[in-house]
Design a protein around this ligand. Sequence first.
Ligand SMILES: [Zn+2]
Length: 350
Amino acid sequence: MRAWSFSDFGNSGVLSLRTVPDPEPADDEVRIRVVCAGVNPIDRSIYTGRFPWISTPHTPGVEASGEVESVGPLVRGLEEGDRVVVYPKKFCGRCMNCIRGNENLCLENLRMASEPYLVYMYSNGAWAEKAIAPERNLLKVPRAVPNMDAACHAVDGLTALHMISRASPVLGESVLVIGGTGGVGSFCVQLAKLQGLRVSALVSSPNQVKAAERLGAEVVIVRGDSDFERKLFDFSNGEGVDIVLDTVGASGLEAGYRALGPRGRFVSCGVLTGKDASLNLLRLYCTEAAVIGSTGGSRAELQALLSLAAKGAVKPLVDSVFDFAQLKSATARLDSHGRLGKVMLRVGRD
Ligand SMILES: [Zn+2]
């Protein structure tokens, strides 16, 4: 099979396409013929060395959908030809958090340093014609959901759904999505709207305004707009927003915190623009605000998302789709300003 991999950390120049032997599934594992893979910011973090403990050579690609090609002898629930999506978190399936259905907080992982713990950080990922996954990491994809959409839901859709649940929303509350047309943000806008919330969005470029409105945002503000606070004040009837869903990291905390009203909840899911940010504790306690972390989501949430997708209630915003061999163009697109949603790879035939 062909696979993209790197041996040394660096920019996308370290990635090369090689022919390697097909991977063999262990007893409880499944080999997938990859059909679609995402080109996610976390893949960039992987090959540029944000996680220096990742062993190399390594094939990135944390988002994947495809078809079961072969199964290990202990696999009972899947067979050749099943369409599947990879649940992205590494988890044991045995600890109390896994038993409770909080696989994203698997205790086996949390004993170590804080990291995202994705299954394809520990083994080769989906920028390859074939990939291996433990059976417990695979969900069947409903017939009505295309492979491309399934791969989009795997990481970014799931992250968005879980962020909203972490905010414990109440019908009619107001939301600001920071990064409203990004991979996660474009799902946040749609899913918040679907849950009966009023949605505003902050985007980085004027060309993203119309897209955010089409996804369901009532008010869209471009970063740097000097009227930012007044527009959000009007949107939230002078109260400040109830919920901020920050998909961008440190710079989002600064912007979102200003927008937050009394008892507002600020939810963070990533560190694309940095991991360190300062917080005004005076304002925190005086407004009884909450700052909440959110990492991935559970298998049950991914299943729920696939069911919503099968009914047409949520549809990924896809910026661009590249052929497998054009990965370098895809990573360049990921880095470009003004992107509208997901950058995807077409690896194999549907
Ligand atoms: Zn566990």
